[in-house]
Design a protein around this ligand. Structure first.
Ligand SMILES: Cc1ncc(COP(=O)(O)O)c(C=O)c1O
Length: 386
């Protein structure tokens, strides 16, 4: 198959170690094509009209059965809606639950594009440093005390609970429980952006914040972008029934109908046929192999003083550079050799905190390009470290 153009931000001929996209050969083009071919005979009319505000009913059916089975029994239809990707869900939550000047808590580092959405809304960001189990509880408690002294209640805490973008770490169950307790005590909501949990390579994922809190005061986002295709712009949002009813009743949905009826009807058919689960099982093996190649290349290529995470799923590895190496200088030299990574500065509310960090993604690149790109980075870091 001949691809016409490179996706978002990728320079042709480069090694885009920054790209948090599925590789072209991992997209389910044939399976989606089969669904569309079937529509030749029996087109579902609902796919071509304004959709139910809550989202495609058949996709809701599939998700409800699956979430009740794999995550937690007792999730009702009133707790779920379809959104235009996790991004669309987060933008809606931010638009409807916050006003300019409100405060939200975020991890440091956190997902760069979520920080961008919060900044667009004029929100104040309070950063929680993380370790390998998630946000540090001492930092969270101290921040909450400072905010209480200023008589500020944060609107929510935004967290990527599994295989975080950018660090690859997963928040431990103990931390999840402790954060929920603090959220109840201090009156803020938790927004859980979980787009990677289906891409676990081994072991099991801790119960979600939503499950641990029995659905109280937690909004939980999921997505088909990482297990099917980002171009579908399709995800889901779980929450309390009153909250979901308010979102479903919002002006945007009243005017335009539910998220992406065409894509949702197509994905519903793909999922009900069993093809989604088969595709995810296949993807896990592919991404695990890429993760292993990337980690082996790091072990081989990196000089002393460089540290990195070893994710058990998802797309990302987080690198800590020696103090002598500034990430901007490394970025300049790497780009001169056609190697692009995600500069750590973008992932911190205070960009200077990211001066010695960078994110690598293994989702998009071939094994050879992973080895080559990481090898070049290792040589450059060794030169800069002196
Ligand atoms: C943590 C996180 N949330 C959301 C998204 C985007 O999800 P979607 O394509 O469903 O909007 C990404 C993609 O990189 C992500 O890493």
């Amino acid at each position: 198959m001949q691809l016409q153009s490179s996706p978002q931000g990728i320079v042709a001929g480069s090694i885009p170690l920054f790209a948090g996209h599925p590789a072209p050969e991992l997209l389910p083009m044939r399976g989606i094509g089969t669904v569309l071919a079937g529509w030749d005979e029996r087109p579902p009319l609902r796919a071509f009209n304004y959709g139910d505000e809550q989202g495609d009913p058949k996709l809701l059916d599939f998700l409800l059965a699956r979430l009740n089975d794999t995550e937690q029994p007792g999730i009702g239809r009133e707790n779920l809606m379809i959104v235009p990707g996790s991004t669309g869900g987060l933008a809606m939550i931010t638009r409807l639950l916050t006003s300019a000047g409100d405060t939200v808590l975020v991890d440091a580092p956190s997902y760069r594009d979520a920080l961008h959405i919060f900044r667009d809304q004029g929100l104040r960001l309070r950063a929680l440093p993380i370790d390998d189990e998630g946000p540090r509880l001492d930092a969270l408690a101290a921040e909450l005390e400072r905010l209480a002294a200023e008589q500020v209640i944060p609107r929510f805490y935004y967290v990527v609970p599994n295989f975080q973008n950018p660090s690859g770490i997963t928040v431990s169950k103990i931390r999840r429980r402790a954060i929920i307790e603090l959220s109840n005590r201090h009156g803020f909501c938790i927004v859980e952006d979980d787009v990677y949990s289906d891409l676990r390579f081994a072991g099991s994922t801790p119960p979600s914040f939503y499950a641990l809190a029995a659905g109280e005061n937690v909004l939980r986002l999921g997505s088909f972008s990482k297990t099917l295709a980002p171009g579908l712009r399709l995800g889901w949002l779980m929450g309390g029934s009153r909250q979901i009813a308010e979102f479903v009743d919002s002006g945007v949905l009243r005017m335009g109908g539910g998220a992406n009826p065409f894509g949702a009807a197509m994905v519903a058919e793909f999922c009900h046929s069993g093809a989604w689960q088969a595709h995810v099982d296949w993807l896990r093996g592919k991404y695990r192999a890429r993760r292993d190649v990337a980690l082996a290349a790091l072990d081989r290529s990196m000089p002393a003083g460089v540290g990195w995470t070893r994710p058990a799923g998802g797309y990302f590895i987080w690198l800590r550079l020696p103090r002598a190496v500034d990430v901007d200088e490394l970025e300049k030299r790497a780009q001169a050799q056609q190697v692009y990574f995600a500069n750590g500065r973008g992932f911190f509310p205070e960009p200077a905190d990211g001066a010695h960090f960078l994110r690598l993604s293994y989702s998009y690149l071939s094994h050879d390009d992973l080895r080559k790109g990481i090898g070049i980075l290792g040589t450059l870091i060794a030169q800069l470290a002196g």
